[in-house]
Structure formats: C-alpha cells, structure tokens
Design a protein around this ligand. Structure first.
Ligand code: 5CA
Ligand code: ZN
Length: 426
C-alpha cells in the first residue's frame, strides 16, 4: 500500500544512542540498544472506517519522535505500519452507510495520509494492508494448526459448514515461550473484562477457552472472502494480521512494538503469542503503549463518535504545527483530554518559539556543547522520549538561556529534525 511523502528532515551531527524506554511487559524503564546499526519498529495502524482523530494522531506523532530520535543517532530505522482494511467494524460501517467497504477504506486511508503529511509524520518504510497479506496469513494459520495451537470451531450450531479457526491459549503455553498476560501485563479477571469490549467473543460455543482469539473466519453469505487453502475460504482474524505483517517485514525480534494502550490486550498479547508459537522467537523486544486521548472524560473513539478530527481542526484553519505542539506537550504514556484552551496555549507557545528564532544570532555555532539545543532536546528524548521536557528545553532556548550556543540555522534544523516543527514557517 502506498504510504505518504517524507517531510523535510535536516541531517544533524549524529549523537550516540542513549535511550531509556518504558516497557509495558516488564513495567520498567531501561536502556534499549539497536542491533547492528538497525532499529526496528512496528506501530499498529488505523482501521479505516472513519477519519483520523486526535487519539490516532497522538499515537503516530509520539512514535514519530522515536523514529526521529533513532535517525538522529545515525541508525537505519526500519518502520512498518499496517492498515486493518478488512475487519468487522469496517464492514458494519460500510453496510450502515451503504458504501462499498473498499471505497470506505480507501477514502479514509487517503484522508489519513493527508493528515499524517500535514502533521509532518515520517512515513513507515513499509505500509501494508491486511488484504494484501492474506496469502501470508493463510500460511501462518495453517502452520499454527500444524503445530497444534489452532483448532476448528464449527461455523453453525449443527457442526456443518466450513469451520472458523481459533488459537488455543493452553496449547500455545505448552508449546512456546509465551504466557497469557506476559505482554499486556494484565491478570486474568481484567483480561476477561476487556476481551468482549475489544472485539473478542468469549461466549462463542465450541471454544476451548473463552479467551481463545479468532485466527480465520470462514466465509459467510454477503461477506468478502478470500481463498484459505486447507482452511477454506474466509478472512483473517485481527491479531494474526499484525503478527504476520511484522514477521514478514522486520527482524525477529524487532526493537519496539507500539500502539495505543487499548492494544495491550487482547491485540498485542495475541499478536506476540501467534508469532512465538509459529517461529519460537519473541515478536518484539519492547512494547510501548501510548496514552488515550479523550473528550470530556471519555476515550475518543470511532465507535462512540466523540471525535475531534485532525481534518476537522485543519478545516477550521488550525495550523497542523499547533496540533503537533499540543500533542507533544503531553508525555507519550499520559492519558489526556482535548480542550480548546490547551489548543490555544499550544498556539501561543509555538508563536513564542517562532518569534525567538527571528531574534537568534546567526554567527555562533556551539554544536555539541551542553548549552546546545540539540544536546538539550536529545537528552530529554533519550530519557523515555520525554516530549514535555523537550518542549521545556525549547522554552528555555526561546527565553535566551540556550540561544547563545545555537545559531538560528542550527536551531531551526535541530527543532525540525527532532520535533518535526518548522519554526521558520510563516
Ligand atoms: N487497526 C487497529 C490496530 S492493528 C486499530 O486499533 N485501529 S484504530 O483505528 O482503532 O486505532 C489506530 C491507532 O490509534 C491504534 O494504535 C490505537 O491504539 C490508537 N488509538 C485509538 N484510539 C485512541 C485514543 N483515543 N487515544 C490514543 N490512541 C488511540
Ligand atoms: Zn495491530
């Protein structure tokens, strides 16, 4: 699938990688290291049945900081993102609005691309839809059946017809180095509560464990279907999609698996479980989960409809850089609520930095000194990607405390490369 165009990212003198990151499974903040000059990232992409809201933007802008940090360390960043372009919510919305599901998906992916470009998010190296990966999904589900961690469940009550396939949690725990809860970090009662809220079907007759997730859904009348080899025609479950896309395009294990905190369970738990069961290798070294953005105390979500859309703000004339500044004023792990007053504060803050750029002298270059802006921003980002601290350093620079060691050209380049904000833009 086509991604979007690369924003301008100035080259900076490379700085050694000293990155500490919080990891969901271990619950600790610890040093990460790339391997062989490569850092690899998978971030779960959108389900394109509605436009990009601030919650999505929050997730992709914060992972963009990680990409920018790694690039500034001179690393080769391999970044994969998916599009869930076939799934129940997409089909339900298409039916409700009488639009072809493919057209709905394509139109929303296009809007997402435009939003990401406007927000200066660096595109992934590989951008892949679930539909284009279906043959690989079939291969993996067949493999899971072969190793004894997937089983058929009759699609109708009489036990007739082509079966669906489910992942066998108990068998997988016997077979591979994965334990239920070892990725998302939740206990069983919490997982039982979350599972039906997040697309799971605990009541489905014939499952061995209520939490066993769907791998392959047999074709139903009126639903799109693809050839499924030995499985029979059908379409993929959700978790296997990301597991397959990541494993086909990134090293195993890759450096960071990311997404919003709503993906801790069941999605990332089972994507990892499927991969480990198929290959015997963990999917990722680290799991980062960004906080949830809400509106008046409720999580912003397409299903609830309480959305502040990036495209809506842009249509109102809000500068995308202000949206980016608003997002970066929150730590990636924090949950926060959108308010107009914070949007205005972001606008004023950005205006202050732009103003400072016009007053910064051109003739001095103190690159590499502790007073240098690149040093200050990299230190803030190296400490668990602390964007609010990085913006604080920018405030210090704008107030004149760091400006002496950073020329105007360098300041612009440093802020554009590391934070994706162009202070020279009028
Ligand atoms: N297609 C799947 C992932 S494979 C999916 O969750 N799609 S989504 O469109 O619902 O969400 C896209 C990304 O935005 C996910 O990483 C999700 O965790 C994140 N996200 C969704 N809602 C919010 C929110 N309110 N705040 C922050 N992040 C959110
Ligand atoms: Zn995913």
């Amino acid at each position: 699938m086509q991604s979007w165009s690369l924003p301008a990212v100035p080259d900076l003198p490379p700085v050694p990688e000293t990155l500490e990151l919080y990891d969901t499974p271990s619950g600790t903040t610890a040093a990460t290291a790339s391997r062989g000059g490569i850092a690899s990232l998978y971030v779960c992409g959108i389900t394109p049945y509605d436009a990009t809201h601030l919650g999505h933007a929050n997730t992709y802008v914060h992972f963009d900081l990680l990409v920018r940090y790694w690039r500034a360390c001179g690393l080769d960043v391999q970044y994969v993102q998916n599009v869930t372009d076939i799934d129940d919510p997409l089909l339900e919305r298409a039916t409700a609005t009488r639009v072809d599901w493919r057209q709905l998906a394509e139109s929303q992916v296009q809007l997402f691309r435009e939003d990401m470009e406007a927000l200066r998010v660096i595109p992934p190296t590989h951008y892949l839809g679930a539909v284009e990966m279906i043959p690989a999904v079939v291969e993996d589900v067949e493999r899971l059946v072969e190793v004894g961690v997937a089983y058929p469940v009759s699609a109708d009550a009489e036990g007739a017809g082509t079966p669906d396939y489910y992942f066998d949690i108990a068998a997988a725990q016997q077979h591979a180095e994965w334990r239920l809860g070892s990725v998302g970090g939740y206990d069983r009662p919490t997982m039982e509560e979350l599972f039906p809220q997040r697309g799971g079907d605990p009541q489905r007759p014939g499952k061995r464990d209520p939490l066993d997730p769907l791998l392959w859904r047999a074709a139903r009348a009126g639903e799109p279907q693809w050839p499924g080899g030995e499985l029979g025609p059908g379409r993929p479950g959700w978790h296997i999609e990301c597991s397959v896309i990541a494993r086909r395009h990134l090293p195993a294990p890759f450096t960071v698996q990311g997404g919003g905190s709503d993906l801790r369970f069941p999605h990332h738990e089972f994507s990892a479980a499927h991969a480990t069961a198929a290959d015997g290798v963990p999917l990722a070294e680290r799991y980062m989960h960004t906080g949830m953005v809400g509106l008046q105390g409720e999580k912003m979500s397409k299903s609830r409809g309480n959305l502040v859309l990036v495209s809506g703000l842009r249509e109102r004339g809000v500068d995308p850089q202000v949206i980016r500044t608003l997002i970066l004023s929150h730590h990636w792990r924090a949950d926060w609520d959108y308010t107009e007053s914070e949007l205005q504060q972001a606008q004023q803050r950005l205006a202050g930095w732009k103003q400072a750029l016009t007053h910064t002298p051109e003739n001095h270059d103190g690159a590499g000194s502790p007073e240098d802006l690149q040093y200050a921003l990299m230190s803030a980002l190296g400490n668990n990607l602390n964007a609010p601290a990085a913006l604080g350093a920018l405030d210090m620079w704008a107030s004149g405390h760091l400006a002496a060691a950073t020329s105007v050209t360098r300041a612009r380049d440093v802020v554009l490369a590391l934070l994706g904000l162009d202070l020279a833009e009028r």
